[in-house]
Design a binder for this molecule. Structure first.
Ligand SMILES: NC(=O)c1ccc[n+]([C@@H]2O[C@H](COP(=O)([O-])OP(=O)(O)OC[C@H]3O[C@@H](n4cnc5c(N)ncnc54)[C@H](OP(=O)(O)O)[C@@H]3O)[C@@H](O)[C@H]2O)c1
Length: 244
């Protein structure tokens, strides 16, 4: 099979180009984002899923790590017909562009990330795996050489160059930790579900790292909202975050 040409990320000079980055995550009371079983753990409730749907509909792209694509097999589309219609009325595609990143490129072309919806799909891939990943996903996604190691600034610059002004990062923990520790997050939506997981084998919101927010530099709470039995904590992580 012929390997299509691989675009490379934009690195040229010009004005600062980075989308607004909104991180979204749901945790248990004890800070876990999943359990250690094979089943996907549902942390949000229906009302909160509707809220997340509206946040998605307001973004140009949704990013998850390859681990989440493999483990959760998410669809990453706008569920509400009304919200899809409103996007189309604004001249946008019904759902945002789907984005993932991978070092080893071992992604299943049958995953719902690739098969559900008509949105553009972008796979930011570490240089060594670009060839095989491009071949694997031919016709299903655009595989972009994102360097070795993958460079988040370059990814964000490339997304901006593709017209992505607002990016929602939906996990998992590895990806969230990277955006946070790199200081590349403008806003965090953290939903706390009313139960404990209590299993240290389960993944946490983020692993250890040097985060820009610590006891000496506290993040700003922009909003606290009860949504049925969960609580949404919205943190402003940069000056770009307005209080809407
Ligand atoms: N509760 C929530 O809100 C929520 C949301 C999403 C996910 N989750 C949970 O999060 C868990 C998955 O999290 P995770 O941390 O294992 O996976 P992840 O963050 O979704 O993805 C990690 C993978 O992404 C790729 N990657 C990440 N950073 C990279 C970089 N800098 N360069 C190249 N590749 C990079 C690598 O893929 P390769 O292995 O392909 O190289 C890596 O293994 C699942 O249990 C899922 O259920 C929870």
């Amino acid at each position: 099979m012929a390997v299509p040409t691989t675009p490379t990320v934009a690195t040229g000079p010009g004005p600062p180009r980075r989308p607004y980055v909104l991180l979204s995550c749901a945790t248990s009371i004890d800070g876990y984002i999943d359990d250690a079983t094979e089943q996907r753990l549902v942390l949000s409730n229906e009302e909160d899923l509707d809220r997340i749907d509206a946040v998605r509909a307001g973004c140009d792209a949704i990013l998850v790590g390859a681990g989440t694509v493999r483990r959760d097999d998410p669809r990453l589309v706008v569920r509400s017909e009304r919200l899809r219609g409103a996007r189309v009325a604004r001249g946008l595609p019904p759902s945002p562009t789907k984005v993932t990143l991978t070092a080893r490129g071992d992604l299943d072309p049958g995953a719902r990330f690739f098969t559900v919806g008509d949105a553009d799909k972008l796979v930011y891939c570490a240089s060594p795996a670009v060839g095989k990943t491009t071949e694997l996903l031919a016709g299903q996604a655009t595989v972009v050489d994102a360097g070795d190691p993958v460079d988040h600034d370059r990814i964000l610059a490339d997304l901006a160059g593709r017209g992505i002004g607002r990016l929602m990062v939906e996990g998992g923990g590895t990806v969230h930790a990277q955006f946070l520790t790199a200081g590349l997050a403008d806003e965090l939506h953290l939903v706390v579900a009313p139960f404990f997981v209590g299993d240290c084998q389960a993944p946490r919101f983020v692993a250890e790292g040097r985060f820009p927010w610590h006891p000496g530099r506290r993040a700003r709470v922009a909003e606290v909202r009860q949504i049925g039995d969960v609580v949404l904590l919205r943190y402003a992580l940069s000056d770009r975050c307005g209080d809407w």
